[in-house]
Design a protein around this ligand. Structure first.
Ligand code: BTN
Length: 274
C-alpha cells in the first residue's frame, strides 16, 4: 500500500481549513526539526503567544512519553505542537492531556470515520479484532523560565496518518497503526490538523470557562482503561496491578490494588489486562 504523497501541509492549506480564533493564529510549518515540542518551548520562552502552533514534515528526535522516541518519517504523518498559556488555573492544567485526547478522537473520527478509544492518559487507540493499536500519542510539557510564567504548556501530538505498515519498525507493527492502514486510503493532513485545533480550542475554552466536569464526562465515555484490570509500569519501580476505578478530581487515575488500597496514579505506562 503506497500512499500518494500528501504535499498539502503548508500554512496556507492549513489556514484554508481553519476556523479558530486563537489556536493556529501564529503557525509555522518546517521541513525538518529535532522536535516540534522543543522548537515551540524555545519560542514560548522568547514570548510566543497563546495558540502558537509549530508543525513539521519530519522530526529527527521526536519525543514520546516516558522518555521514548516518537518515530517521525517525512511527509506522511502529523507532528504538531500547540502552545497554551492563557488563564489556566493550575488546577486545570492537569486536564490538558486528557482534553487533547478527546479533541484528537473527535477530529480523527470526523475526518476518517473511525471509532476510537483512549488509554489513560492520552493514547489514541483503534480497536480491531480484539486488539487495540496506537494511532496517536500526546506529550504535554510545562514550560518554565522566560517570559511565559509558570502556566504555559506545550501540547505535542503525533498522529500516524499515511504511514504504511512497512514503514513502522518491526517491533511496533503489532501495536501501532495509521489512518492509511485502518481506512485503506490516504487522508489529507491539513484538514485533520485544522479540525484538531478547532476541537482543542473549543474544549480549552470550556475548561477555562466552566471547569473540568464536561471534559471529564467526555473523556470517561472514550476511555477504555476505566473499569479494567490494569498493570501500571513506573520507571524504576515494581509494576502495580489493580482495577482502574475512575478519575480523581485532577484527572489522575484511581487504582484499587489487589490489597484494596486506593492509589492515585499521575504517571506511568498502563497495560490493559482484561
Ligand atoms: C507518546 O509517547 O504517546 C507521545 C508522542 C508525542 C509525539 C509528538 S510528535 C509532535 C511533538 N513533538 C515531539 O517531539 N513529540 C510530540
Amino acid at each position: 500500500m503506497t500512499p500518494p504523497a500528501d504535499s498539502s501541509l503548508s500554512p496556507e492549506t492549513i489556514r484554508a481549513h481553519l476556523n479558530t480564533r486563537e489556536l493556529g493564529a501564529t503557525l509555522s510549518v518546517h521541513d525538518e526539526v529535532d522536535s516540534t515540542n522543543h522548537i515551540l518551548a524555545d519560542l514560548a520562552r522568547a514570548g510566543a503567544s497563546h495558540g502558537t502552533v509549530v508543525v513539521a514534515e519530519s522530526q529527527t528526535a521526536g519525543r514520546g512519553r516516558l522518555g521514548r522516541p516518537w518515530i517521525s518519517p517525512r511527509g506522511v504523518n502529523l507532528y504538531a505542537s500547540i502552545l497554551l498559556t492563557t488563564a489556566q488555573a493550575s488546577s486545570a492544567i492537569t486536564w490538558i492531556p486528557l482534553l487533547t485526547a478527546v479533541a484528537a478522537v473527535r477530529a480523527i473520527t470526523t475526518l476518517a470515520g473511525l471509532s476510537l478509544r483512549v488509554k489513560w492518559p492520552n493514547d489514541v487507540l483503534v480497536p480491531r479484532d480484539g486488539e487495540e493499536r496506537k494511532l496517536a500519542g500526546i506529550l504535554v510539557e510545562a514550560i518554565s523560565g522566560g517570559q511565559t510564567g509558570a502556566k504555559a504548556v506545550v501540547v505535542g501530538i503525533g498522529i500516524n496518518v499515511n504511514m504504511p505498515a512497512e514503514a513502522f519498525p518491526e517491533g511496533l507493527r503489532p501495536s501501532a497503526t495509521s489512518l492509511l492502514i485502518e481506512t485503506g486510503h490516504s487522508v489529507a493532513r491539513a484538514p485533520l490538523l485544522a479540525a484538531l485545533l478547532e476541537e482543542m480550542e473549543r474544549l480549552h475554552n470550556q475548561l477555562r470557562d466552566h471547569g473540568a466536569d464536561g471534559i471529564a464526562a467526555a473523556y470517561q465515555s472514550l476511555c477504555d482503561t476505566l473499569g479494567k484490570q490494569v498493570r501500571i509500569e513506573l520507571a524504576g519501580n515494581d509494576p502495580i496491578e489493580g482495577t482502574a476505578e475512575g478519575l480523581a478530581p485532577d484527572g489522575a487515575l484511581r487504582l484499587r490494588t489487589r490489597e484494596g488500597k486506593i492509589l492515585e496514579i499521575r504517571a506511568g505506562d498502563i497495560v490493559h489486562l482484561r
